[in-house]
Design a protein around this ligand. Structure first.
Ligand SMILES: [Zn+2]
Length: 133
């Protein structure tokens, strides 16, 4: 199967989609950054709030860990979205990095930053599953 590049109209659509997701993810990460700096300022203030934070540390830590994980995921997504944008400009968007075939457009509509086609993705996940066993 020959690779056929996406039409200019489709590329435009994906570019807009990626940019809006990028904006959302960036805003989300910014929000958390702001929240965390406010929290740090508060806890460095008076001792009574420090004691309160100590008592509540168990759930705080948990929440922090979750937030850090979410941040990591979001940052990963931002990286992938930026990569996808570069590919749009380079004319290699929508092509699987593994086999060089077209990635299904319906897949791109769900995950606009997908790097691999479904069959390569399945192969990789299969491998991962086998490695775990
Ligand atoms: Zn592939």
């Amino acid at each position: 199967m020959a690779v056929k590049p996406l039409s200019a109209a489709k590329l435009k659509k994906f570019e807009a989609l990626i940019q809006s997701e990028l904006k959302e993810s960036t805003a989300y990460v910014d929000d958390i950054n702001k929240d965390q700096s406010i929290g740090a300022r508060e806890s460095s203030g008076d001792l009574s709030s420090y004691a309160y934070h100590q008592a509540d540390q168990g759930s705080d830590t948990n929440l922090m860990e979750q937030t850090v994980m979410m941040m990591e995921q979001e940052r990963e997504k931002i990286r992938a979205l930026n990569d996808a944008l570069q590919k749009i400009y380079a004319g290699s968007y929508g092509i699987c990095e593994m086999c060089g075939e077209n990635i299904d457009v319906t897949r791109l509509e769900i995950i606009p930053y997908a790097k691999y086609c479904i069959s390569c993705m399945e192969k990789m996940e299969d491998k991962k599953r086998k490695q775990k066993k």
